[in-house]
Design a protein around this ligand. Sequence first.
Ligand code: NDP
Length: 285
Amino acid sequence: MTGEIIYGNELAANLREEMKQEVEQLKQKNITPSLTVILIGDDPASQSYVRGKQKASDKVGVDSELILLPESTTQQELVDRITKLNQDESVHGILVQLPLPNHIDEQVIIETIDPNKDVDGFHPVNIGRMMTGKDTFYPCTPYGIITMLKSKNIEIAGKHAVIVGRSNIVGKPVGQLLLNENATVTYCHSKTKDMKQYTRDADIVIVAVGKMHFITGDDIKDGAVVIDVGINRKEDGKLTGDVEFESAQQKASYITPVPKGVGPMTITMLLHNTIKSAKKYHDIL
Ligand code: NDP
């Protein structure tokens, strides 16, 4: 079997085209979805992610503002900035680019953002709403993954989904969203014993570990759906995933590549959440 590749970049392009039209219609009603991104410090990876978010916003017509703050910004200064944005009626989405400098408590910052503007979906209120199966802002990478599965009409209900990695931004929420779709979910992590027994039983394997080629074809069963979230840089500078693509594709029914897989979907779902926030604010959802 050679698994069909799910190209996140193509799906993302289609979705962004639809969003662009939706934003045009909103603008005719004098509503312009707007996203404010706060970036602290000069980490090159964070700068590049933020640039990507701004470029994508511009393309679909979402207003994006970037607030650049120095590494020396105090926690209180950041809280004050966010509080002002919470009160600003023209701002629909607020995103603080993570990671933050060590002297700032990430959780305090996440909890300062108004849950109604939390387009990253990290606020405990939104996580709680997701856990109880309510409509909310879902975290972007997990939501992008579910959207990819649905785009191929891949059945989720009743399937065994194994998540490798349990971070708060990817592993845990993607498992929750799959559970909401009636999958049977197993989480694997660094303390899991004999991980292969789980991954080899999985109908859907989601890999979010951050270790190059951590999962190979030998770890999965024939016909499995394989979603590779990992982003790793090879010695030659090129990006690669947590899954050894060639061997896994030989067994998978569907597989996502890196790059052009999950990555482009993450930003797309951020735009989706921002547009949704604008519509909610103006009571047109
Ligand atoms: P984290 O480092 O926060 O989490 C990694 C997870 O992997 C942890 O739960 C850890 O377990 C688990 N893990 C580590 N080693 C092992 C092991 N030997 N066996 C089993 N599990 C293990 O990473 P993130 O979730 O933030 O990111 C994961 C990857 O996805 C990274 O490459 C990141 O760059 C990428 N990413 C991609 C995005 C995209 O848009 N495509 C978005 C976000 C992330 P434990 O909890 O026990 O420590």
